[in-house]
Design a protein around this ligand. Structure first.
Ligand code: GLC
Length: 532
């Protein structure tokens, strides 16, 4: 049985800009987070993941770093950070940091040196190429945010490569000095006592050494996003084989310490994920599984994917499911309120580590951001496609007072209009709220052996619009069923009885006895039953 951190943990992502503002400048900060530790404890999470708080020009809100070892003054200072770590640890909450290895900001001193001239010792720390004879970019590679991935530096007449925004030049991980410096960054934070990392954009770390053009995708339909919907097949810029070796080295750094952990962001195929697990030390490393975000919200798709994932992964490795993050529209916005409760139920009853994005636990939804207020680089680089991520980054809704209790001043993004009702304080007092559903599910995940440590056992039969599975640990058996549809269903699963531990509407009695040979599942209902 896997015990302790980082196994079967509930990890809460804090987007610091939008979590809690302590100094009234409209932007969340570290002291604001410290004030909410009681809330985190009450919610029952094991750890927080902090999106970047490093010194940054904030063009990509911290994913563009100027100094990896300094705190951006908008969030506070290093003393505040040390206090945060201390206070979280005192409350038995771990902390993992965002680690952004693929690129820096274009105002990072390394890049300023690198671009200063072709012979600068740091020139090779980034990816520079000559123009084609006609002056065009060296090849057809595209930025994930849209447009060419190459930007000409007029002074030195070479292009530099940026997988994301042009203000985020890619580091050259083939250069041993880059490696040494960036490994030093990891050790810096680990020495400070953080418990690990969420490592950003790992499938972009390396590019093909021959700089070959990427093939054109014959199935691409114009009008869709050039990069995400693959006008080109990204076979030379994404998921290169060197990245797995690098992840292995990173995981080994974590192993120099005790109980450290890294989860990586790579929106990749099931087979690639399995490969990543098997190639890297499982004690300290798991990749995210984004299926609860990316699959169409249909029972059959989830059953097929998760059954297959579990089968190929085996019980030894732990999945890392996640239902939302700062890059994805809110769950309620994607699938509606009732199904968002089911997403929570799945997230917290499936095997492995569960990641919750701040605000999902109260059922926040995206707010439409007026065009003139949009300042997300993704939106600005690919205008007109509605790709802005600000809608899911609006301030956390704490109560029904001004600015939802997030700040005493006008927040950096407008608060969602429903904060009068959807807020942590009023939901705390409503026994059937999202917040109370999350709290209950988190407690169950921790206290029920079959849920915390049990195997995932797929169901042989399929039930239309319903995804169900068992979790089993020794003689303990849990049955989970989620009705993805808006029609009630009668299930005949097995000739056994069980008692209800929780349902998604929180409107069944704890311990209600049910017969699994004729279980009535209401429309949109999810249920967790312990077999007796
Ligand atoms: C990751 C982050 C995203 C950021 C990008 C570039 O995908 O989650 O917010 O824009 O990397 O760093």
């Amino acid at each position: 049985m896997r015990k302790g951190w980082p196994f079967n943990a509930v990890i809460y992502q804090i987007y610091p800009r939008s979590f809690n503002d302590s100094n009234g400048d409209g932007i969340g900060d570290i002291k604001g987070i410290i004030k909410k530790i009681g809330y985190l404890k009450d919610l029952g999470v094991d750890a927080v993941w902090l999106s970047p708080i490093y010194k940054s020009p904030q063009r990509d809100f911290g994913y563009d770093i100027d100094d990896h070892k300094a705190i951006d003054p908008i969030f506070g200072n290093m003393a505040d950070f040390d206090e945060l770590v201390l206070r979280l640890h005192e409350n038995n909450i771990k902390i993992i940091m965002d680690f952004v290895p693929n690129h820096t900001s274009s105002s990072h001193p390394w890049f300023i040196e690198s671009r200063s001239n072709k012979t600068n010792p740091k020139r090779d720390w980034y990816v520079w190429r000559d123009p084609k004879p006609n002056g065009e970019p060296p090849n057809n590679w595209m930025s994930a945010f849209g447009g060419s991935a190459w930007k000409l530096d007029k002074e030195t007449n070479q292009y530099f490569y940026h997988a994301f925004d042009e203000h985020q030049p890619d580091l050259n991980w083939n250069n041993p000095e880059v490696k040494k410096e960036m490994f030093g960054v990891m050790r810096f934070w680990l020495d400070k006592g953080v418990d690990g990392f969420r490592t950003d954009a790992v499938d972009y770390l390396f590019e093909d050494k021959g700089f070959k053009d990427e093939p054109i995708n014959p199935n691409y339909r114009p009008g869709f996003h050039q990069y995400t919907d693959q006008e080109l097949l990204h076979i030379y810029t994404n998921g290169q084989k060197e990245s797995i070796d690098l992840l292995r080295e990173m995981a080994n750094i974590l192993r120099e310490y005790e109980d450290k952990f890294m989860v990586t962001e790579a929106a990749t195929t099931l087979s690639e994920l399995i490969k990543m697990y098997k190639a890297v030390d499982w004690h300290s490393y798991h990749p995210f599984n984004f299926s609860l975000i990316n699959l169409p919200w249909l029972a059959a798709h989830h059953k097929e994917y998760i059954d297959e994932y579990e089968k190929r992964l085996g019980p030894h490795y732990l999945p890392c499911y996640v239902t939302g993050n700062h890059d994805q529209p809110r769950v309620v916005t994607r699938v509606g309120k009732k199904q968002a409760r089911n997403a929570a139920l799945l997230l917290l009853t499936l095997r492995g580590n569960a990641f919750i994005y701040n605000g999902e636990e109260i059922g926040m939804r995206n707010r439409k951001i007026p065009k003139d207020k949009s300042n997300d680089t993704y939106d600005l680089s690919s205008p007109g496609l509605g790709l802005g991520r600000n809608g899911q980054r609006t301030p956390m809704q704490w109560n029904d007072t001004n600015n939802a209790g997030f700040s005493t001043n006008e927040p950096w993004l407008p608060v969602s209009l429903n904060y009068g009702k959807v807020n942590a304080e009023s939901e705390n007092n409503d026994p059937k709220s999202f917040l109370n559903l999350y709290k209950k599910l988190i407690r169950l995940k921790k206290n029920n052996l079959a849920l915390s440590n049990g195997d995932y056992v797929p169901l042989k039969i399929t039930v239309r619009n319903v995804f169900c599975f068992f979790r089993e640990y020794q003689d303990k058996k849990i049955f989970v069923a989620v009705n993805f549809g808006s029609k009630a269903r009668n299930l005949n699963i097995v000739n056994k009885k069980g008692k209800v531990l929780v349902n998604s509407f929180l409107n069944r009695k704890d311990g209600e006895l049910v017969d699994l040979s004729r279980l009535y599942l209401k429309a949109d209902e999810g249920i967790v039953i312990e077999l007796i």
